[in-house]
Design a protein around this ligand. Structure first.
Ligand SMILES: [Zn+2]
Length: 81
């Protein structure tokens, strides 16, 4: 399951449908240079998977350098007593 808070950028949680880069790997231009922007199709895919995982009302934000999903999983997770 993609982890949107694990990478330098949340979109890196999914593979790129455009240039085929694996999760965690930044997009490349056809020339092989690092792209300045992640591909649009990858951002759309990340959006889709994020909503599937966290729901349409969730968002992700950077807090003190860490990506945090709001509402976080802990909202629904109750540790066994
Ligand atoms: Zn790409």
């Amino acid at each position: 399951m993609p982890d949107f808070s694990a990478h330098h950028h949340p979109v890196l949680a999914v593979a790129c449908p455009d240039c085929g880069k694996a999760p965690g790997v930044w997009c490349r231009r056809p020339s092989g240079h690092k792209a300045s922007e992640l591909h649009r199709s990858r951002r759309a895919e990340a959006d889709r998977v994020f909503i599937e995982q966290h729901g349409p009302d969730a968002s992700i934000e950077q807090v003190e350098g860490e990506w945090t999903v709001d509402p976080p999983w802990s909202r629904w997770y109750s540790p066994a007593a």
